[in-house]
Design a protein around this ligand. Structure first.
Ligand code: NCD
Length: 316
């Protein structure tokens, strides 16, 4: 049985297979419409979410399965003091697969160690968010046609932004990737990522503070919001929150074919006037999130769908 805690849990070949499957699902959704008949997905969310939880639920429903779960710690027995280890042992009796989001780093990993069903990390504190990374990879691959030979600007809260941490881990495995890390001094990527992930793997990167200084060299601009809930005090958040605002004027400095990605939710960091720019890909990105999660559920449940016209599923 496999879980997904980090993008590194899949080899590059496995990731490519998963993205290929997601593209096939996008093209032929009917083929997969009953693949998970009789299967249940539990969404255990101890932290707020719109896209991740609903795209998981939409994914399972599109596969013909059903969903159950809770969307806040308050509405679960965590509020009575139950541990995630006990909760997952019980959920294992009710569902076939579980997506878990938790404010504590490592909580989904702890759950996976006691689970008898596959557990997917749907975001753990400021640590990792591997299914957002699958979404980001599918967006880049679909819209750019490749995952290598790219200069990627990561902008905003690179310290607490778990989507950025997971994306860096995943992208360094593709050839000729260069990063431009755009953040205020206080929100730079954690030193373990700079040293152990980037420097130790000889990945070229540059750190800058001004978005304008990076814009013209980028193939992808990945914007992120300042992670208010991870700040120790509100004053620091207020000082940082509008540090970057991507607007039309800054977009005029970018390549014609640069893509703007954002895991969403957006606060102020992308002005709504950018939404109509053909390079703004963040809403398309949210759609890809459903296809990759469908592919992930099938992969972890070890369900293959045949190419027969009726798409009759087989379990292996
Ligand atoms: C991200 C998250 O939860 O880390 N959202 C998401 O899942 N799409 C990004 C964020 O909250 O800023």
């Amino acid at each position: 049985m496999r879980h997904l805690m980090s993008p590194l849990d899949f080899s590059v070949a496995e990731l490519d297979g998963l993205l290929e499957l997601a593209s096939d699902i996008e093209k032929h959704p009917q083929k997969y419409a009953h693949a998970c008949g009789g299967k249940k997905l539990a969404t255990c969310f101890y932290e707020p979410s719109t896209r991740t939880r609903l795209s998981f639920e939409s994914a399972m429903l599109s596969l013909g399965g059903s969903v159950l779960g809770f969307s806040s710690a308050d509405s679960s027995s965590a509020s009575k003091g139950e541990s995630v280890s006990d909760t997952i042992r019980v959920i294992s009796c009710y569902a076939d697969i579980c997506a878990m989001r938790h404010p504590k780093e490592g909580a989904p990993l702890v759950a996976s160690q006691k689970s008898t069903i596959p557990v997917i990390n749907a975001g753990d504190g400021g640590h990792q968010h591997p299914t957002q990374t699958l979404t980001d990879l599918m967006t880049i691959r679909s819209l750019k046609g490749q995952l290598g030979d790219l200069t990627i600007g990561l902008c905003g809260d690179l310290k607490f932004g778990r989507t950025v941490h997971s994306l860096i881990h995943a992208l360094i495995r593709y050839p000729n990737i260069r990063f431009v890390l755009i953040s205020p001094e206080e929100l730079r990527v954690p030193s373990y990522i700079r040293e152990e992930v980037l420097q130790n793997n000889n990945i070229p990167f540059q750190e800058v503070e001004r978005l304008e200084d990076a814009m013209s060299q980028l193939d992808i601009l990945y914007m992120t919001r300042v992670q208010r809930e991870r700040f120790f005090n509100e004053e620091d958040y207020v000082r940082m929150k509008d540090f970057y605002i991507l607007d039309k004027q800054k977009m005029s400095l970018a390549k014609e074919d640069m893509l703007v990605l954002h895991p969403l939710p957006r606060v102020n960091e992308i002005s709504v006037e950018v939404d109509d720019d053909p390079r703004a890909a963040y809403f398309r990105q949210a759609r890809y999130g459903v296809y990759v999660r469908m592919a992930l559920i099938l992969t972890l449940l070890e369900i293959t769908v045949s190419d027969a016209p009726d798409g009759k599923e087989q379990s292996c």
